[in-house]
Ligand binder design. Sequence first.
Ligand code: 11C
Length: 344
Amino acid sequence: MAVRVGILGATGAVGQRLIQLLEPHPDFDIAALTASESSAGKSYREAAKWRADSPIPANVADITVGPTEPDAVPSDVDLLFSSLPSSVGAAVEPDFCEAGYVVSSNSSNARMAEDVPLVIPEVNADHIDLLEVQRDDRGWDGALVKNPNCSTITFVPTLAALAEFGLEKVHVATLQAVSGAGYDGVTSMEIIDNAIPHIGSEEEKLETESKKLLGEFDGASLQQNDVAVAASCNRIPTIDGHLENVWLEAADELTPEDAAKALEAYPSVDLPSSPDPLIHVFEDLERPQPRLDRNLGGGMAVSVGGIRESTFGLQYNCLAHNTIRGAAGASVLNGELLLENGYL
Ligand code: 11C
């Protein structure tokens, strides 16, 4: 029987992507939607400024949107996907966990908390059992699991694929699509003929989340990876798809040919939303490109190209769809991992 799920923050850009990815889904049925006070009480059709390129799924359009509080969600809902603004997530996600809900969250609050698993299933699925530590620490009947920032999700799978060569230093520069900034970024397009450096708190997120994701979990505590990561994050006028330039210094010899083989061979996982292959490798130095390649693997793949030697070790470019692989799809995949591991 399908698990009944809800979406916290259902009217936003990532909330809309979640609805697209969950209708239909082999394991999950949408049974509850929440949003801000101004949307509560309206049908989803009335409340959402629907911007997706497919119609609102018929069984979702007439659901009445509730306020984002535990009492408003039916108790037979087992899993909540959260795409709340981080300040709201920080305030309310613990209340839902205390009330017994399992929350798979894309919001950036609490990603680095010691007892909160930060998970990309193809990279560190074993970290999900940090939930046992979380339950002991917090006494929650529910649970909180996070997926990383969309720019982190784009380059960390490539580091995981190359980890066997000994990761020492990574420099990464991002070219991030406007959909990462939410509706205002997409609708205003005020960035045309421009680029914005040092956006938000993105650089710190790439530098810290990557070490947690690549860390070792021994069943009791998580030891962060000591790879040195320096990030420079820039907004450019593409709609969807974050492109990143990576320079990687490894302890062992790492030729472009070895790197391409390891990236291509890096496995996906046996969950419905994990694409196979996970990583597409282009020989063409001018790929991947956002418009051409963001939808590979249903938007869940990572693409790599331009692999070459540089003064600072190996250099390459990578790309992923920021609102699918980097946000909604990442939360759904973590929901699938929670189900697979008996947390629902
Ligand atoms: C952007 N990556 O493109 C951001 C948006 O930490 O989940 C998502 C912020 C986050 O601006």
